[in-house]
Design a binder for this molecule. Structure first.
Ligand SMILES: [Zn+2]
Length: 131
């Protein structure tokens, strides 16, 4: 039986990180559908699971790999953003964070200095804020 499965999976994509996420989402959705007894969550869970099995069985390995790479990039971006937010939150009593009005660059300035003129380090735009 094990050999049969192995032979069946030759040339197919298999599991990856994006697939693990899809499986996790479908488990959560199944749990939510049990709690709420709403069919929509059940259908969504089946959809996620179906998509994941389709990906695992897929022979278009390059395309599935690209999907996973996109997901991994998004995940990295998300984790970096979360870390930055956490860092800003821990510094909130010492620093103020402002966005440059022209290029949206985040600028950190010390608190308690009154009205100050901030020069954006990226585009050199000056703007006045209370620190
Ligand atoms: Zn700027």
């Amino acid at each position: 039986m094990r050999q049969k499965i192995q032979r069946f999976m030759i040339g197919r994509y298999g599991a990856d990180q994006f697939g693990q996420l899809l499986m996790g989402i479908s488990v959560v959705l199944l749990f939510v559908s049990l709690l709420t007894r709403l069919d929509i969550f059940y259908i969504l869970a089946l959809g996620c699971m179906g998509y994941e099995y389709y990906r695992m069985m897929s022979r278009q390995i390059e395309r599935r790999y690209q999907e996973n790479q996109k997901f991994m990039n998004w995940r990295l971006h998300f984790i970096t953003k979360c870390k930055k937010k956490k860092e800003h939150f821990s510094q909130r009593k010492i620093y103020h964070f402002y966005k440059c009005p022209s290029c949206r660059q985040k600028v950190r300035v010390p608190r308690g200095k009154g009205k100050i003129c901030i020069t954006c380090p990226k585009c050199r735009t000056e703007f006045i804020k209370k620190s």
